[in-house]
Design a protein around this ligand. Structure first.
Ligand SMILES: Cc1ncc(C[n+]2csc(CCOP(=O)(O)OP(=O)(O)O)c2C)c(N)n1
Ligand SMILES: [Mg+2]
Length: 434
């Protein structure tokens, strides 16, 4: 191994929360402490932040304690210790299988030349999307990044509309104009994938502000909509992150900031790039709870998500959740993925969130192997159908080129004859052929 490679490895980080405090924490499960999670090199227990910084005690503490309070008020205890019902388990399993199969198919289609530009896959991170988004109502909003296909699918955008968008076809959810990094669906309140990192966070904050405004100013008492903002570890060093945490806490907005910490920002190790790599600790600094969760365990993610979403819906404000996860492929399909240590990759491959959920379902007799196989088969057909649909769909008409580019296309896109200027045979003269 070269020294450069060694240097890129995650460094050990220390936790600031003593074990005794974890033991009092309702989110802490000693059976799932650091040793059963994460590489080797890291020691992060599953904790919600309490008094992580003594200077924050006081005004901020009330918000910090809130997640724990929400936990106490959780569902009535049942005689069973199961974390999910059979129906819930199958919904989670189906959604994760859909995300995985859909994206495996994306890789095939990309290498066949059916997709253009960059395509960033989410393989390995499915527990985060499924664990959070499957708890939402249709009216709730999701804001994503360029790694957005699976968030779109979890939110209910039909696979054929996502695949067509990836193919650049007119039947795509953005009529072929968005492509891989810009999934959007008004109907499903998917407010976009954003290619510029951090750009989605203010949009999500604005959506959460809208919900609060409707409820409190316009007196729409049934408007309890919540917004989830998904973004990566690398994005947490951008200014928008801090600005939006501040505003969301100040105005107690109904938003959950979901950090998908996959330990890497393209080829930059999170631990090399960040002064304090424990992202969840930044929540309490702004007066909101910060929680770290094993992002490879959909049941743990769902538990934390449920608490954070419930808090937001009740009007108790934002939560920062750091999901520790891993992407199984390179940064994009154009990345040969040569920087990450094979041992690190193997460690996380062994913690595949889908395999783990399957094991839980089978071991707790929630469903049989045959039932799960039937789901896998159904999803395979669904994904095949999405490809056939996308392939057979028409490409957008040239006249669509400038739509949604300018608020007033007459200012630029429409010529004196009332036609789109791009329809003028001379439109592309002297420029690249359109
Ligand atoms: C504002 C901005 N700066 C730089 C980039 C280039 N860029 C694309 S992806 C990426 C890394 C983001 O890493 P992370 O937030 O951890 O997300 P991940 O890819 O791991 O999901 C960067 C820097 C960008 N897209 N936008
Ligand atoms: Mg990352």
């Amino acid at each position: 191994m070269s020294s450069a490679l060694k240097f890129a490895q995650p460094l050990p980080i220390k936790t600031t929360v003593p074990r005794s405090r974890n033991e009092n924490n309702p989110l802490f499960d000693p059976l799932r402490s650091a040793s059963s999670f994460l590489g080797s090199t890291r020691k992060l227990p599953l904790i919600s932040v309490r008094k992580s910084n003594q200077a924050n005690v006081g005004l901020r503490q009330s918000a910090v304690v809130a997640v724990s309070e929400a936990v106490k008020e959780k569902k009535p205890k049942s005689s069973s210790n199961l974390l999910i019902t059979k129906e819930e388990g199958l919904v989670l399993y189906e959604d994760m299988i859909l995300g995985r199969s859909f994206e495996d198919m994306c890789a095939q289609m990309y290498y066949k030349g059916k997709m253009f530009g960059f395509v960033h896959l989410y393989n390995g991170q499915e527990a985060v999307s499924t664990g959070f988004i499957k708890l939402l109502k249709k009216e709730d909003c999701v804001v994503s990044t360029y790694r957005d296909h699976v968030h779109a699918l979890s939110k209910g955008v039909p696979p054929r509309a996502v695949m067509s968008e990836l193919f650049g076809k007119a039947t795509g959810c953005c009529r072929g104009q968005g492509g891989s990094m810009h999934m959007f669906s008004k109907e499903h309140n998917l407010l976009g994938g954003f290619a510029f990192i951090g750009e989605g966070i203010p949009v999500a904050t604005g959506a959460a502000f809208t919900s609060k405004y409707r409820r409190e100013v316009l007196k729409e008492s049934d408007c309890d909509h919540v917004t989830l903002a998904f973004f990566g570890d690398g994005t947490c060093n951008n200014g928008q992150f801090f600005e939006c945490l501040n505003m969301a806490a100040l105005w107690k907005l109904p938003i959950v900031f979901v950090v998908e910490n996959n330990l890497w920002a393209i080829g930059m190790s999170h631990e090399r790039a960040t002064s304090d790599p424990q992202i969840y600790k930044k929540g309490p600094v702004f007066g909101m709870p910060g929680v770290h969760v094993d992002g490879m365990d959909v049941l743990r993610v769902r538990e934390v998500a449920s608490e954070a979403i419930t808090r937001a819906r009740r009007g108790e404000g934002p939560t920062l959740v750091e999901c520790e996860t891993y992407r199984f492929r390179g940064h994009s399909l154009a990345d040969p993925d040569e920087l990450r240590n094979p041992a690190e990759k193997a460690h996380y491959a062994a913690r595949d969130p889908i395999t783990a959920l399957k094991k839980y379902i089978i071991e707790n007799s929630l469903a049989s192997e045959a039932e799960l196989k039937a789901i896998e088969k159904k999803i395979d057909e669904y994904v095949e159908e999405a490809v056939e649909f996308a392939d057979a769909s028409p490409v957008p008409h040239r006249s669509q080129l400038l739509e949604n580019v300018f608020a007033d296309p007459k200012g630029f896109g429409i010529g004196p004859d009332g036609r789109y200027r791009c329809e003028d045979p001379k439109f592309t003269e002297g420029t690249a052929h359109v």
